[in-house]
Write a protein that binds this ligand. Sequence first.
Ligand code: APR
Length: 392
Amino acid sequence: QSTAVLIIGAGPAGLVLGNLLLAAGVDCTVVERQSRAHVEQRARAGFLAAHTVRVLTEHGLADGLHMYGQQHDICAFRTDSGEFQLAYGALGRGEVHTVYPQQDLVRDLVAEFLARGGDLRFDTAALRIDGLDGDSASVTVRTPDGSERLLHARYVAGCDGQHGISRSAVPAGAVRHYRRDHGVSWLALLAAAPQSMAAVAYAVHQDGFAGHMARSPEVTRYYLQCDAGTDPGSWTHDRIWAELHHRMRADRHGPLREGGILERRVVDMRSDVLDPIQYGRLFLVGDAAGLISPSAAKGANLAVMESEILARGLADRLGGGDGQLLARYSADCLPRIWRAQEFSHWMINLLHGPSGDDDEAVFLRALQRARLESLRDSRRHQDHFAENYVGI
Ligand code: APR
C-alpha cells in the first residue's frame, strides 16, 4: 500500500497536518497506536494562541472552538507583596488566547478528517521506518489484528511525540540535540470545579509555585510545584486543596472553588530541540521535533505552527513544485521554536525561585523579585510579555 504522506501519530500535530494536507488535495494516511476513544479523552493543553486559532479557522477546523471556546486575556501574578494583573489582550499585539480543551480539539480534528474522506487508522502502531535516504520510505505497522504490514510513502511525518519511533529513526550524528532539564517539577491537576477567578493565576511562593488555569465551565487546571520523583498518589485531596489555598494566598485574595481531583500527574520541566527537524524523507512535528516545558503553554501551538509550514511545503512539492519550500521546513520553524523556548525558560525563572538560604539562592530570589516588579511596573516589559505569551 502506498500514500504520498504517511503521518505517524494522531495528536494535535498529526491531525492538523492531516487535515491541511487533505484540504490541499494531498493524499495521506494517519496511523495512531491508541484507540479513538483514548486520544479523544486525553486531557492535555487548552490555551490556543491567536495564530493557532487563525490557522484552524482558515482551514475550516475551528467551528467547535468558536462555539465553545472562551476568550482569555488576563493573567495575575501573586507574590508576598500582593497581586497584579495584566490584561494582555490590551498589550503587545492585542492578541488573546482561546481556551478550548485539547481533547475537544482532537475530537473535532478527527471528525473533520474522517468527514473529508481521510484515511485514519487507530490501534495501528508504527514499528519501524526504512528507506529515508532512498526513493521512497516504508513504515512497518502493526494492524489491529496483530499482523504486520508495510506502508510505502514518499514522505513520512513523525508526529508521534517525544518517545515515538520517528525520533529514533534519525541516525545518531545526523541532528544536533539541544536539551535542558530545568530542575523543576509540577504536580499537574485537573479539578472538577469551575474556575476560581477570571484570570490565569501564577502564585510565586517560598513553598513553591502554584498555578490556576481555566479549562471548561466544569473543569479547572491547577499546578503545584513538587519535588522531582514525587508519587502523585501521595498527594491526597485534602493536602492538594490545603496547599493550593496556602500558596495561592486564598486568605488574602479569596477562596478557591474546590472539587474532586480528576487527574494528578507529575510533569518535569524539560526542554529539548532537535536541529534540523528533518532527515531525508522524514519530517518531525510537534513533540517529536522538540519538547517545551509547559510553563507558557506553547506545546500544542508550536505543533500547529509546524504543521502549517510543513503542509505548505509538502503540498508545493507534491503538486509539482521545485521542493525549495519543503527543504526550508526546518529553517523556517527553528527560529520560532527557539523564541518559544526562550520565553518558556524566562517564565520558569519568573515563577520559581531556588529554595535555601545560601548566597546563590538568596541572590537569585532577589533577581526573581526584580523581574516580577519590572513586569508589574513597566509598560514596555508588559508589551514584551504579552507579545510572547500569546504569540508564536
Ligand atoms: N505509532 C503510532 N502512533 C504513535 C506511535 C507509534 N509508534 N508512538 C506514539 N504515537 C502516537 C501517540 O499515541 C499520540 O497519540 O502519537 C501521538 C502523539 O501525540 P502527542 O503526544 O499529543 O504529540 P503532538 O501531537 O506532537 O502534541 C503536540 O500538544 O498538548 C500538547 O503535550 C502536547 O506539546 C504537545 C502538543
